[in-house]
Design a protein around this ligand. Structure first.
Ligand code: 4AD
Length: 523
């Protein structure tokens, strides 16, 4: 197919157009059922601009003649159409450019010196001259400026858009119909080009419909999209709220190491590395270090990266994630559960941005439903939820993610799932005084998310911790410092870890700047 011979003949837009590779003809067809075009590109060129009508193509089904074009086919012909548009635009542009070179715009020195202002601070500068940066017609261009704090529409008229840079200007990412907070518009008397983007803008390269791996490879461009920037702004605000929560309650923030020689949550998910000839790992959790701080600092927290070598590519699993962890001395299991509720209900200024991202968001209410692991086993039996082999989950078995999610989504409220059996939990968990088969442990489960917090009371007796290592087949040698703490004035204590990306509830890879999961460690 030769793209060059196809020309645009814009006219009345029909409600539907027909394209047949088998019977169509781009030269003699008119897009009707009787005289279909041969190519989708010709159909789009005929319409000339978006929105395009429904395009019908040859059906692959036996007894059907036409089928609506698939999303992916539509996408690829749109891409070709954009390319063609750019080619024809570029010829016009060449001519305009020569004209534009003759126009120079100058900063008028008689006007007051402009002030450097961020968009979100513009309201206080109405009527004043401020510094900073879409095309409609020849003499008028609307620019939508973005500086990370907001969007601002500004109007460039006459020479300001007819000059060389004005003609050359292409959108890196266009955002239509946005106004700055307060609804103001920037009227422009002078501008200069600082850095030009390739013609066609970012949407031509990549958008939210692009293949996920392509989006991730070009993450630097995806990040500029409006939704992505909202997500990362929300993440920043929520991180600050967590810090605020802890500081308001008098906790001390600490910065534990992430290169470690001890495991916390089982050997199977450890990233191993060669540390100057010694075996080391990327930390799974900072918990052990937080525990070490308790006698000196009291309530402590950290917001640090944790790592899990999990072979899953799901909406819940990352290889590297941000772990919000806290640890408290002198508390009982009940206190730990109350503190967790308090944490999850972040009272903060996040509401508006969370609502912008998720219109159906309803903050959970206290008290959260409290349920024991043994009740969950019963619930699964009562609801006839079985394992793949057709048998029921029995006490002592791990409840995998799928049935746990089904239960949480059916109950449809946050659950503090408590008191898991010793055998399915980590070496450091304190046993329940009322039933030593169980641990004082808790997972927080949220509908549509699943588990996003894990916490427990910790063993604070040195003999018991040695038994814990033994049960889990852990060599106690590198844990000497952790065991030692249980010999020097120990006290009952507990804590938790919250996965920030799971808390944010969007798809886990969207809320991560550069997500790391199995087979992805770039860019
Ligand atoms: O339940 P986990 O394994 O608990 C701990 O690491 C404790 N040592 C924390 C503590 O008590 N200080 O992990 C805690 C949370 C999970 O609930 C989940 O939100 C998150 O960490 N998490 C992950 N997030 C993303 N990807 C993964 N592969 C994760 N693994 C755990």
């Amino acid at each position: 197919m030769s793209l060059e011979v196809i020309t645009a003949t814009a006219g009345m837009v029909p409600a539907e157009l027909y394209v047949s590779e088998r019977e169509g003809d781009d030269a003699t067809g008119d897009g009707t059922k009787e005289k279909p075009f041969k190519t989708g590109l010709k159909a789009l060129m005929t319409v000339g601009k978006e929105p395009f009508p429904t395009i019908y193509v040859d059906s692959q089904k036996e007894n059907e003649r036409w089928d609506v074009i698939s999303k992916s086919q539509m996408k690829s012909i749109k891409k070709m159409w954009h390319r063609e548009q750019m080619k024809s635009d570029s010829q016009d542009k060449k001519e305009n450019l020569e004209e534009a070179k003759k126009i120079t715009i100058k900063n008028d020195p008689s006007l007051p010196e402009p002030k450097r202002v961020k968009i979100n601070a513009l309201e206080g500068y109405r009527g004043q001259r401020v510094k900073r940066l879409r095309r409609q017609g020849k003499n008028l261009m609307f620019l939508v400026l973005r500086d990370g704090t907001g969007f601002l529409q500004c109007v460039l008229a006459d020479e300001l858009c007819l000059c060389y840079n004005g003609v050359l200007l292409s959108t890196e990412s266009s955002v239509a119909g946005k106004q700055a907070p307060g609804g103001h518009e920037l009227s422009c008397d002078f501008w200069e080009l600082i850095g030009l983007a390739p013609a066609g803008g970012a949407d031509n390269l990549i958008d939210e419909e692009s293949d996920i791996d392509v989006q991730l490879n070009d993450r630097h461009m995806m990040l500029r999209g409006e939704n992505m920037s909202k997500i990362f702004r929300a993440r920043s605000i929520i991180t600050r709220c967590f810090r605020g929560h802890f500081f308001d309650r008098g906790y001390c923030e600490v910065a534990p190491p992430t290169l470690v020689q001890t495991q916390v949550e089982g050997g199977s998910t450890l990233f191993k590395l060669d540390y100057f000839g010694e075996e080391a790992f990327l930390t799974q959790s900072s918990q052990l270090y937080l525990e070490a701080c308790l006698p000196a600092l009291g309530d402590v927290f950290c917001i640090a990266q944790s790592y899990r070598a999990e072979q899953f590519r799901t909406r819940r699993h990352l290889a590297e994630y941000t772990h919000v962890e806290a640890e408290y001395p002198f508390l009982r299991f009940e206190d730990l559960l109350n503190r967790l509720e308090d944490l999850v209900l972040l009272k903060s200024p996040v509401a508006s941005i969370v609502h912008e991202l998720n219109l159906n968001f309803k903050p959970p209410k206290r008290p959260f439903k409290r349920m024991n692991y043994s009740d969950a086993i019963m619930w699964l039996k009562e609801h006839d939820i079985k394992k793949e082999d057709g048998t029921f989950y029995e006490f002592g078995e791990d409840i995998p993610e799928a049935p746990e999610r089904l239960m949480t989504d059916t109950i449809n409220e946050p659950i503090l799932l408590c008191r898991f059996p010793v055998e399915i939990k980590s070496f450091y968990m304190q046993r329940c005084p009322e039933d030593p088969r169980l641990t004082e442990s808790v997972d927080v489960l949220m509908p549509n998310v699943g588990e996003f917090v894990g916490g427990s009371m910790r063993i604070w007796n040195s003999e018991e911790i040695l038994a814990g290592y033994k049960r889990e087949g852990i060599d106690p040698t590198p844990y000497y410092w952790y065991t030692d703490q249980r010999k020097h004035g120990p006290c009952p204590h507990g804590g938790y870890g919250l996965g920030l990306e799971r808390f944010l509830t969007y798809h886990i890879r969207d809320v991560c700047l550069y997500p790391r999961f199995v087979q992805r460690c770039k860019p």
